[in-house]
Design a protein around this ligand. Structure first.
Ligand code: AP5
Length: 243
C-alpha cells in the first residue's frame, strides 16, 4: 500500500516521541534544594533507563578543573554559592540536549534554576519538538540538607556521591564504582551551603509552582532512604512511559 505524506508525518511524529522501537522517550527535569539527592538519584535513573544525566553543576565543575574560559568565569559564582548567569547556562543546555545520546531522552539535574532559564527552555523544547514529560521535585528540610552536604564526598574521576555518615564507600576515601579519589566540594562548607539554600529559596523554588501549573510536577519525599526514593521515582517514570 503506498504511504501518503500525511501518514509519513504521523509516523515521523510518533518516532520523534516514542523512538524507533515504539518506546516513549523520557525527558525529565529534577528540582530540589542543594543536597536533596538530585545527583544521586539522577545517576541511578540514568543507568536504569539508559538516558543521559545532564548535570549543569558537573559540566561547570569540569570546566573549572580544566581552567577553560567558562570555568574561570563560573568558579567565582560557584565558590560563593551564587548562580552562574542565565545566558551562560542556557547556551550550555541548548548545545547539550541536541546531542545524539539525548535521542531517547535525558535527565536534567540542576537546570532550570530560574524562571528565565525555565521560560527559555520551554521555547527551546517547542522549537526542537522535544517536550518535557515530567518534573520530579525532591522535598527535604533545610537542616537535613546542611547535614548531607557538609558530609558529602565526591569522586574526582566519575563524580559519584558518597556521604561520611549516610552513604559510605566500600574503601575509605576511594570510589566504589571506579576507584577514583574522593574529595569534599569547596561549596559544601557550611556558610556556602547556607547561601546556596538562600538562593534556592528565592530563585529556584518558584519553579515548583511553575511546573505544577503546567501539570508536569511530581513531588517525592526526599528524606527517605536512597533505595526507597529510587523505587518511587522508577514507578513515576514507568507510569509516564506507559501513558
Ligand atoms: P550543583 O552541582 O547542581 O549543586 P546543587 O543543585 O546545589 O546540588 P547538589 O549537587 O549540591 O546536591 P544534590 O541535590 O545533587 O544532592 P546529592 O545527590 O549530591 O550546582 C553547583 C553550582 O553550580 C551552583 O551553586 C551554581 O553556582 C552552579 N550552577 C549549576 N547549575 C546552574 C544553573 N542551572 N544556573 C546557574 N548556576 C548553576 O546528595 C547530597 C549528599 O547527600 C550526598 O553525600 C549523598 O550521598 C547524600 N544523600 C543523597 N540522598 C540521600 C538520602 N536519601 N539519604 C541520605 N543521604 C543522601
Amino acid at each position: 500500500m503506498p504511504i501518503n505524506k500525511a501518514s509519513l508525518l504521523v509516523l515521523e511524529s510518533f518516532v520523534r516521541q516514542r523512538g524507533a522501537k515504539g518506546e516513549k522517550k523520557l525527558r525529565v527535569i529534577f528540582l530540589g534544594p542543594p543536597g536533596s539527592g538530585k545527583g544521586t538519584q539522577a545517576s541511578c535513573l540514568s543507568e536504569k533507563f539508559g538516558i543521559p544525566q545532564i548535570s549543569t553543576g558537573d559540566i561547570l565543575r569540569e570546566a573549572v578543573t580544566n581552567k577553560t574560559g567558562l570555568g574561570i568565569k563560573a568558579k567565582e559564582y560557584m565558590n560563593k554559592g551564587e548562580l552562574v548567569p542565565d545566558e551562560v547556562i542556557i547556551g550550555i543546555i541548548r548545545d547539550r540536549v541536541v546531542q545524539t545520546d539525548c535521542e531517547n531522552g535525558f535527565i536534567l539535574d540542576g537546570f532550570p534554576r530560574t524562571v528565565v532559564q525555565a521560560e527559555s527552555f520551554d521555547e527551546m523544547t517547542k522549537e526542537k519538538n522535544i517536550p518535557v514529560d515530567v518534573v520530579l521535585s525532591l522535598d527535604v528540610s533545610e537542616e537535613l540538607v546542611v547535614r548531607r552536604l557538609c558530609g558529602r564526598m565526591v569522586c574526582k574521576e566519575c563524580g559519584n556521591n558518597y556521604h561520611t555518615e549516610f552513604n559510605l564507600p566500600k574503601k575509605k576515601g576511594i570510589c566504589s564504582r571506579c576507584e577514583g579519589k574522593l574529595y569534599h566540594r569547596p561549596d559544601d562548607e557550611e556558610d556556602v551551603v547556607r547561601q546556596r539554600l538562600k538562593v534556592y529559596k528565592e530563585t529556584t523554588e518558584p519553579l515548583v509552582d511553575y511546573y505544577r501549573q503546567k501539570g508536569l510536577l511530581s513531588v517525592i519525599n526526599g528524606e527517605d532512604e536512597i533505595s526507597n526514593i529510587f523505587n518511587q521515582l522508577v514507578n513515576v517514570l514507568e507510569g509516564v512511559r506507559e501513558n
